[in-house]
Design a binder for this molecule. Structure first.
Ligand code: FES
Length: 129
């Protein structure tokens, strides 16, 4: 494990529940133990705050923490362009067998965007999840 990953793993920045989140997205598979819940606070479709809860290995914790930093301040559209490869790059690279750990953040973000759009379409007040 490189020093960047170690630091993200130890600091665990943004790894907490956000009670006033605008929307929640899920990624991974709770059945196999690799799972994240991504909480987004949105203003005008821009992510002003992102936090997450993670069940997974130290690489999942580090990559998810880095992902919350990478999407903060971005529009939902721009944040969805961030790939697992870019997350891995920010961390100085990942071992091949840990690449899937970096994919849960983008997956959870797509799920959050889906939930956000569906809530706007489906609730009379335009409220969100
Ligand atoms: Fe499965 Fe990292 S989350 S090995």
């Amino acid at each position: 494990m490189n020093e960047i990953i170690k630091e993200y793993f130890q600091k665990q920045t943004n790894l907490e529940v956000m009670p006033d989140a605008t929307v929640l997205g899920k990624g991974g598979d709770p059945g196999c133990g690799d799972y994240i819940e991504l909480y987004l606070k949105l203003e005008n479709d821009t992510i002003i705050k992102a936090t997450a809860m993670v069940a997974g290995c130290p690489y999942a914790i580090a990559t998810t923490s880095a992902f919350t930093e990478m999407i903060t301040g971005k529009s939902l559209d721009d944040a969805m362009m961030i790939t697992g490869d870019q997350v891995a790059e920010r961390l100085g690279g990942l071992p091949e067998e840990k690449v899937h750990c970096s994919l849960m953040g983008p997956e959870a973000l797509r799920n959050a965007a889906h939930n956000y759009i569906m809530a706007r379409i489906c609730t009379p007040t335009g409220g969100v999840v």
